[in-house]
Design a protein around this ligand. Structure first.
Ligand code: PEP
Length: 258
């Protein structure tokens, strides 16, 4: 067993009105405070839309909630004439602990390349937040059987320029695009195969300490009913959860993965 703390992160995407976001945060905190279960085994993070971060911050700080929060994206620029963008320092000032970079929906709909993802990851880390760097193959690549080199190549590009110590502190999320929001979950073996290959690359290029410390999540149609098999894999250190994170019972169940 590894000493890595599992990380369960709920990506709300562009969902929930403001009141629903506040209610979900409160209900989740209530669930996590239930002493019948050992929720402290995982670090639990919510990733609301930007417009809800201030309210989530108020709830978390005011009630000393045991959950953390972060953003779904960040600008690759520091400040200036970038209409509509949100900078890393703005997110850090809102108390964000994590920032997702390179989610497949950003790569697909907004043309984000590994170079862009890499810049965003550096901005997040420089501002004191932990990037959750997403990689993953589409269906065609999976069918061609080249998913492992594809994902490792995305990791190589997305993590360029980080020191071994920095890499050890990052989170990498393996999210096969064909499993995101489709209800089609990768098998535990599929998840393990790619997560192991990513860790092997980290070991080769950045050494044992970084490889043993870096947390690698699986994402793609994770639910309370399928989380245990995925989390039983030695190189899977948590889950990045979309749809199921909008339902407190489902996400609570995911946080009780053990
Ligand atoms: C995601 O978007 O990161 C994700 C994994 O979505 P879902 O859980 O809905 O497949």
């Amino acid at each position: 067993a590894s000493s890595r703390t599992p990380l369960m992160a709920g990506n709300w995407k562009m969902n929930l009105n403001h009141q629903e976001a506040v209610v979900l945060t409160q209900k989740l905190a209530f669930t996590l405070s239930d002493k019948k279960h050992d929720y402290a085994k995982a670090e639990v993070v919510v990733l609301p839309p930007f417009t809800d971060l201030r309210s989530v911050q108020t709830l978390v700080d005011g009630d000393r909630l045991s959950l953390k929060y972060g953003a779904q994206d960040v600008s690759e620029h520091d400040a200036g004439a970038y209409t509509g963008e949100i900078s890393a320092s703005m997110l850090a000032k809102l108390g964000c602990s994590y920032v997702v970079v390179g989610h497949s929906e950003r790569r697909q709909y907004h043309g984000e390349t590994d170079a862009v993802v890499n810049t965003k990851a550096h901005k997040a880390l420089a501002a004191g937040m932990t990037p959750i760097v997403c990689v993953g193959e589409g269906l065609e690549i999976r069918q061609a059987g080249t998913h492992v080199p594809h994902c490792v190549e995305q990791v190589v590009g997305s993590l360029a320029g980080f020191t071994a110590e920095q890499v050890g502190g990052l989170v990498i999320a393996y999210e096969p695009v064909w499993a995101i929001g489709t209800g089609e979950v990768a098998t535990p073996d599929d998840a393990q195969e790619v997560c192991a290959a990513i860790r092997a690359w980290v070991r080769e290029t950045h050494g044992d300490a970084a490889a043993d410390a870096v947390r690698i999540q699986y994402g793609g149609s994770v639910k309370a009913s399928n989380v245990a098999g995925i989390m039983a894999q030695p190189d899977v250190d948590g889950c990045l959860v979309g749809g199921a994170s909008l339902q407190v019972d489902e996400f609570g169940g995911i946080c009780r993965f053990y």
